[in-house]
Ligand binder design. Structure first.
Ligand SMILES: Nc1ncnc2c1ncn2[C@@H]1O[C@H](COP(=O)(O)OP(=O)(O)OP(=O)(O)O)[C@@H](O)[C@H]1O
Ligand SMILES: [Mg+2]
Length: 436
C-alpha cells in the first residue's frame, strides 16, 4: 500500500469508500446475527441467522476484495486494522455457519423421519416387525423409504477450503449453488440458478469431495446416490425409488441430489429384462429431472459427477447445462499438496523449497489422490532402514525426517492413475462442451 498522496487517484478513493462501506455493512449484519443467535433453538430462526451471517460474509469478502492499493497516509493504519477485523469475523462467521448447518441438517433428517413415519399408517404385523428392529431405519415401513433415508448425508465435515486447488470450480459452485441456497431472493429471474451441474474430470481430483463440501456449505438436504446403486440395488423397484427420491427432495427443499458416477447410468445389461429395467429407471430419472427443472420455484439441484463425460448420452448431458472441468493439479497445486500432506499429518520432513519445486515438476500427470498416495509411500521409506525389533518400540521422534530422495523412490512405486489418452479425451470434451 503506498502512502504517497500523489498516487491516490479518484478510482482508489472510490475503492476506499467502498471498502469502508463494506466493513460497516458487514459489522451491522454480524451484530444482527449475533443478537439473534444468542440462545436460539428454533429451526426456522436458525435458517434466518445463517442468512445474516452469510450477508456479513458477503460484505466482508467484498470489502477484502476492494482494499485500495493506495490510501492517504492518515488512513493506512485504519485500513490495515479493518482488514484484520474483517478477516477475523469472516473466519468466525464461517465456523458458526458450519455449526448451525450441522444442527439444521440433523433436525431436517429427524423431521423427514417423523414425516415419513406419520404419513404411512402401517398394519399391525408390519408395525410389530419393525418394532423388533432398532435404530432410525426401523421406523420405516417400506424398503424404498429406508433406502432413500440411507441416501441422506447428515453432515460431511468437509468445507470448500479442504478441497485444494480447483479455484474456478469452487467459484462456479459458490455462485450457482451456495449463494442461491443461502440468499434465494437475489437469485430469481435471469439469475435463477441452473438445476443441473456436472462435475467431470480425471479420477481422484476432488469431484466427490467438492460435492460434499457444497452440501455442507449450502445447508441443503443432501441426497448422495451413486448411479451404480440405482442400477444394481434398485432394479425392479427403481422407477418407484426415483419418484420417491424426487418427492422427498422436493418436500425437503432446498436440496441437492448428488449422483456420483453418472456415466454408469449408461451401463447396458446383458439380459433383456435387466436392460429394460435400467432403461426404465433412466427414463424415470430424466422425467423427474425435467419436472424439477421446469418448475422455477423448486429448489432442487441435481449435481452429477463422472470421469467419463464423453460416454454420456445426449439426453443425460442435456440435463446438465453447466459442466465444470475438475482437472489435474498444476505444478503449484502439486507443490502445495505435497507440503500440505506432510504438515497436516505432522510428518517431519527435510525437503527444501527448491526440492519441492523439483518434485512438483516430476509429478506432472499425478492426481491429488495419486500425490497423497505418493506422500504416504515416501513417509514409509525412512522406516525401511530400521530393524523390525526397533520398530516395535520406536516413537515418531526416532524416525528420520522424510527427504526428497524418499519422494523420488516413491515415484517408482506410485504412478499417475490417469492415462494420457483419457486425459486427451477429457480435455477435448472440456474444450467443446464445458467450462474449463
Ligand atoms: N482437490 C483436492 N484437495 C485435497 N485432497 C484431494 C483433492 N482431490 C482429491 N483429494 C484426495 O483424493 C481422495 C479422492 O478424491 P475424490 O473422491 O473427491 O475424487 P473424485 O474426483 O471423485 O474421483 P473419482 O472420479 O474416482 O470418483 C479424497 O478423499 C482426498 O483425500
Ligand atoms: Mg468420485
Amino acid at each position: 500500500m503506498h502512502a504517497n498522496r500523489a498516487l491516490v487517484t479518484d478510482a482508489e478513493k472510490q475503492r476506499l469508500t467502498n471498502f469502508n462501506n463494506w466493513h460497516a455493512k458487514g459489522l451491522n449484519f454480524l451484530r444482527e446475527a449475533l443478537d439473534a443467535d444468542e440462545g436460539c433453538a428454533d429451526v426456522q430462526q436458525k435458517r434466518e441467522i445463517i442468512k445474516l451471517y452469510e450477508k456479513a460474509i458477503v460484505a466482508f469478502e467484498s470489502g477484502l476484495r476492494s482494499v485500495p492499493k493506495a490510501v492517504p497516509a492518515g488512513s493506512k493504519v485504519e485500513v490495515q486494522s479493518r482488514m484484520q477485523v474483517m478477516q477475523k469475523h469472516l473466519d468466525g462467521s464461517r465456523d458458526r455457519i458450519a455449526k448451525l448447518r450441522k444442527d439444521l441438517i440433523q433436525s431436517s433428517t429427524d423431521e423427514i423421519v417423523r414425516n415419513l413415519q406419520n404419513s404411512k399408517p402401517r398394519s399391525v404385523s408390519e408395525a410389530s416387525t419393525s418394532a423388533k428392529k432398532t435404530g432410525v431405519a426401523a421406523l420405516f415401513a417400506t424398503k424404498e423409504e429406508q433406502e432413500i433415508l440411507g441416501c441422506i448425508v447428515g453432515s460431511t465435515n468437509i468445507g470448500l477450503d479442504d478441497v485444494l486447488g480447483n479455484d474456478a470450480a469452487k467459484l462456479a459452485l459458490e455462485e450457482s449453488v451456495i449463494l442461491p441456497a443461502v440468499n434465494p431472493s437475489l437469485f430469481t429471474g435471469l439469475r435463477t440458478p441452473t438445476k443441473g451441474i456436472l462435475l467431470f474430470g480425471p479420477p481422484g481430483n476432488g469431484k466427490t469431495m467438492l460435492a460434499k463440501a457444497v452440501a455442507n456449505e449450502a445447508g441443503c438436504t443432501f441426497f448422495n446416490i451413486s448411479a451404480a446403486t440405482i442400477m444394481s440395488k434398485w432394479v425392479g423397484q427403481g422407477e418407484k425409488m426415483m419418484r420417491e427420491l424426487f418427492r422427498v427432495a422436493r418436500a425437503k427443499q432446498p436440496s441437492i441430489i448428488f449422483i456420483d458416477e453418472v456415466d454408469s447410468m449408461l451401463c447396458t445389461r446383458t439380459d433383456d429384462e435387466g436392460a429394460g429395467a435400467s432403461r426404465r429407471v433412466i427414463t424415470e430419472f430424466l422425467l423427474q429431472f425435467d419436472g424439477v427443472t421446469s418448475d422455477v420455484s423448486d429448489r432442487v439441484l441435481v449435481l452429477g459427477a463422472t470421469n467419463r463425460p464423453f460416454d454420456l448420452d445426449d439426453g443425460v448431458l442435456r440435463r446438465f447445462p453447466r459442466r465444470i472441468f475438475i482437472d489435474l493439479p498444476d505444478a503449484r497445486a502439486r507443490e502445495h499438496l505435497i507440503l500440505h500432506n506432510f504438515k497436516n499429518t505432522n510428518t517431519r520432513h527435510q525437503i527444501s523449497s527448491m526440492q519441492l519445486k523439483e518434485a512438483a515438476r516430476f509429478t506432472q500427470g499425478y492426481s491429488y489422490s495419486d500425490l497423497t498416495a505418493l506422500c504416504r509411500e515416501a513417509a514409509m521409506v525412512p522406516l525401511r532402514g530400521i530393524s523390525r525389533t526397533k520398530l516395535r518400540s520406536a516413537t515418531a521422534r526416532d524416525i528420520r525426517p522424510v527427504q526428497y530422495e524418499d519422494l523420488v523412490k516413491a515415484m517408482d512405486i506410485i504412478k499417475p492413475s490417469t492415462t494420457p489418452t483419457n486425459l486427451y479425451k477429457l480435455h477435448a470434451f472440456a474444450k467443446d462442451f464445458a467450462q474449463v
